[in-house]
Design a protein around this ligand. Structure first.
Ligand code: UT7
Length: 325
């Protein structure tokens, strides 16, 4: 009998400090930088985001999200035999945030590693966990997206600092006789490294280069709208389904205009699209599992429904995962 993987529980975590567009407008005005709630809402759909305090790391947000996902799945940390964390804002250069999370959870012993695919990180991590479960290498995985992007933002650059937020989302993915994950489709094109990056790195105890986020927003926008529906269609084709079979689209939450464009191309009405970008901003690898958990807990996404996840981000990376919840 074929072995599948299936989501058994979801969880998420947001730092308590909510920062509205007007809060940012006031903060930037102190440095003589002009922006407005109207511009941010009209161009992105973002109204607020959450920022973590200085002493809160990705692993802390991941821990809270993981505990909630485990509780929803009726599992204990010891039941987990694989931990994958998708993050571009790890606690340390090394060890991985997954190892730090494992220790905080008290789930010691199982393999634990990070996946670095920026905003596509969660679809990458979910695909890897699904493959490991299908192969028999794991039976019950914790798959997490966790970010503290607020600490890599350049608050002198209004074109990027208004876009991102902090948070984490997690799922427990278990071996199952019924699907679960139906198909996935991942891609990367490293020729676009420069359009979205944090170019700094550590050299001899010093930071070499600029350790703050740089983005050519228009180039990213164009690539994203051109690529996402192709990955979505390829995933549907692999599963032998069509866009008419999709109950919910949960896209990476970067910009409402990209989400609307993808939905249009997939002929999905916006009431089939889970939208949290207005409340969370772009939380990179955390955005999809955060949106999924919010939709599950709000009773939007229901057991038995078909859900299409799709991510896009630095690398350039993109991909989609189709699943039955
Ligand atoms: O997570 C990875 C994926 N990331 C994304 O998907 C982001 C993709 N890109 C975007 O979402 C959009 O390109 C942005 C939201 C970043 C920018 O929106 P846009 O409609 O492409 O604006 P633009 O870059 O063409 O800028 C339009 C104008 C410019 O002024 P001028 O040159 O027309 O006078 C900017 O200087 O808006 C100005 N502007 C701002 N004005 C007020 C840029 N940022 C701001 C701001 N407040 N925060």
């Amino acid at each position: 009998m074929r072995r599948y993987s299936r989501i058994a529980g979801t969880g998420s975590s947001l730092p308590p400090r909510r920062v509205t567009n007007d809060d940012l407008v006031a903060q930037l005005a102190q440095q003589g930088i002009e922006t407005s709630d109207e511009w941010i809402v009209e161009r992105t759909g973002i109204r607020s985001r959450h920022f973590a305090e200085r002493d809160v790391a990705s692993s802390d947000l991941a821990l809270e999200a993981s505990r909630r996902a485990l509780e929803a799945a009726g599992r204990q940390p010891q039941d987990i035999d694989l931990i994958i964390v998708a993050t571009s804002t790890p606690d340390m250069v090394f060890p991985s945030t997954a190892c730090i999370l494992q220790h905080k959870l008290g789930a010691n012993g199982c393999p634990a590693f990070d996946v670095q695919a920026v905003c596509s990180g969660f679809v990458y991590a979910l695909t890897v966990a699904d493959a490991m479960i299908q192969s028999g290498a794991a039976s019950r995985a914790l798959v997490v997206g966790a970010e503290v992007f607020s600490r890599i933002l350049d608050f002198k650059d209004r074109t990027t600092c208004v876009l991102f937020g902090d948070g984490a989302g997690a799922v427990v993915l278990e071996a199952s006789e019924t699907p679960g994950i139906l198909a996935s489709d991942l891609h990367a094109d490293g020729s676009h490294v420069g359009i979205l990056c944090v170019p700094g790195n550590v050299y001899g105890g010093q930071i070499l280069g600029d350790p703050l986020l740089k983005m050519d927003g228009q180039a990213v926008f164009k690539l994203a709208v051109g690529l996402l529906d192709k990955a979505a269609r390829a995933t549907l084709d692999k599963a032998g389904l069509t866009d008419a079979d999709v109950d919910w689209l949960i896209p990476h939450q970067a910009n409402i205009r990209i989400m609307q464009s993808t939905a249009r191309k997939l002929k999905l009405p916006m009431d089939k699209v889970v939208v949290t970008v207005d409340q969370h901003g772009n939380t990179s690898a955390a955005s999809i599992p955060l949106a999924l958990d919010h939709a599950v807990r709000a009773g939007q996404v229901k057991p038995g429904q078909t859900v299409l996840l799709e991510g896009v981000g630095g690398g350039f990376t993109w991909g989609a995962v189709l699943l039955k919840i």
